[in-house]
Design a protein around this ligand. Structure first.
Ligand SMILES: Cc1ncc(COP(=O)(O)O)c(C=O)c1O
Length: 415
């Protein structure tokens, strides 16, 4: 289609006055409705948990044992190696990192903040809120390319072996945000086995989408905790998950699994911070989800709501964008996002065009440290929240903006 024709189509799009939001990976109201029963649990008389724990009272820093058992299948770790927190796993990641900065890990000779300039490896594209934590606390971020089966391990191994200031690494190992990437067994093995110059190096293994499948295939990944221990690096991994996208995003349970020394370290660090988490919410989740089968059945209902939205976006992209040079997108088997790659230098323009046509996208650059995508190529698409008709509208609008931005760029090159 000619630039002129695309401009005319874009003006027509603007005239429609859309107001659509594809920014954040939020569950839709219909997904939240699946867990409405939680609002009436555990009920007025049901507040005593196992071991005669009165959930209304203080205490129980590590979390109810039955709630830890419930999440043990998601974290793939035994209950004694799990610590439960309140509703956001992001808070756990933030706090563990800040504790390490202020007090050091259980393997540190000194707090990270006293060890000079420190850095984290950041697979890109990645999750903006991970990057924001590092940016906020002045931790240097080193981007590493995310390949089809996980981070570029040659590069990761080379960097961590040579540089003791690299203290950690962010990983979203399954259905990664935003690409949907699943780490291969060989990548997990290399992460577990690699030699690091820092003896207090930590992998922040954010398994936010552990049970969030979009296809019938329930993809599984190798167990980093077990593999790290097998290689003599038992303290390397902190494994995070939450029920934010299983039950309620604003009122779920967050959890971290780690080695026993890491768990002990964390409980010690948490002691001045809280007398205990919200155990009533933990009990409510146990009563509602019951067991692994309960989680699987609920996640299947989420899939029924989510998969058609992802299929709609992918179908529209295939129809509208196939054949456009330097344009590609991911086909995730789970998680909450599709990553759209547009011609270099066009991502910001696409996001601006979409905004002016009433479709808000995640800011271009958000998928990279410091909000800077050096090639200005990656756009994160989050189809979960709007209804199916809105998702279709939005995907068509985005596709037109990509076509227009690409045509503008081609025109400039041609002139
Ligand atoms: C990779 C990743 N980690 C963590 C979160 C937030 O998790 P929580 O709600 O448990 O803080 C998200 C939410 O989008 C995410 O995509």
């Amino acid at each position: 289609m000619s630039l002129k024709q695309l401009q005319a189509n874009y003006s027509a799009l603007q005239e429609r006055g859309l107001t659509l939001d594809l920014t954040r990976g939020k569950p839709s109201p219909q997904q939240l409705d699946l867990s409405t029963e939680l609002l009436s649990l555990p009920g007025a008389t049901d507040f005593v948990a196992e071991n005669a724990t009165d959930t209304r009272n203080y205490g129980g820093l590590q979390g109810l044992v039955e709630a830890r058992r419930l999440l043990s299948s998601v974290l793939e770790a035994p209950a004694e190696q799990i610590v439960l927190a309140n509703n956001a796993s992001l808070s756990l990641m933030h706090d563990i990192l800040v504790f390490a900065l202020l007090k050091g890990t259980c393997d540190s000779s000194e707090p990270w903040s006293k060890q000079g300039d420190i850095a984290f490896l950041c697979p890109v594209p990645g999750y903006d809120r991970h990057f924001k934590i590092c940016e906020d606390y002045g931790i240097r971020m080193i981007p590493v390319r995310l390949l089809e089966d996980g981070p570029d391990m040659d590069e990761v191994e080379r960097l961590v072996a040579a540089d003791a200031s690299i203290k950690g690494m962010w990983c979203v190992p399954k259905y990664s945000n935003p690409t949907g990437t699943v780490y291969s067994d060989s990548v997990v093995e290399r992460l577990a086995a690699m030699k690091t110059a820092a003896n207090d190096f930590r992998i922040f293994w954010d398994n936010a989408y552990a049970v969030h499948h979009l296809t019938e295939e329930q993809v599984s990944i190798a167990n980093l905790l077990e593999r790290s221990a097998a290689h003599g690096h038992a303290n390397r991994a902190f494994v995070f998950a939450s029920t934010s996208k299983i039950t309620f995003a604003g009122a779920g349970l967050a959890a971290v699994a780690a080695s026993k020394p890491n768990v002990q370290w964390l409980l010690t660090r948490l002691t001045p911070r809280t007398i205990g988490p919200d155990k009533i919410n933990q009990l409510r989740h146990v009563r509602f989800l019951k067991n692994q089968e309960g989680i699987t059945a609920l996640m299947e209902k989420h899939r029924q709501l989510l998969a058609p939205k992802f299929e709609a976006v992918l179908e529209i992209f295939a129809t509208e964008l196939s054949g456009l040079s330097d344009v590609s997108w991911t086909t995730p088997k789970g998680g909450y996002f599709i990553s759209l790659e547009v011609p270099a230098g066009c991502a910001k323009r696409v996001v601006a065009l979409a905004k002016d046509a009433g479709v808000v996208l995640t800011p271009a650059g958000a998928t990279h440290p410091y909000g800077k995508d050096p090639e200005d190529r990656t756009i994160r698409i989050a189809p979960s929240f709007p209804n199916l008709a809105e998702v279709q509208e939005a995907a068509k609008a985005v596709a037109l903006c990509v076509q227009l931005a690409a045509a503008e760029k081609f025109e400039q090159v041609a002139v």
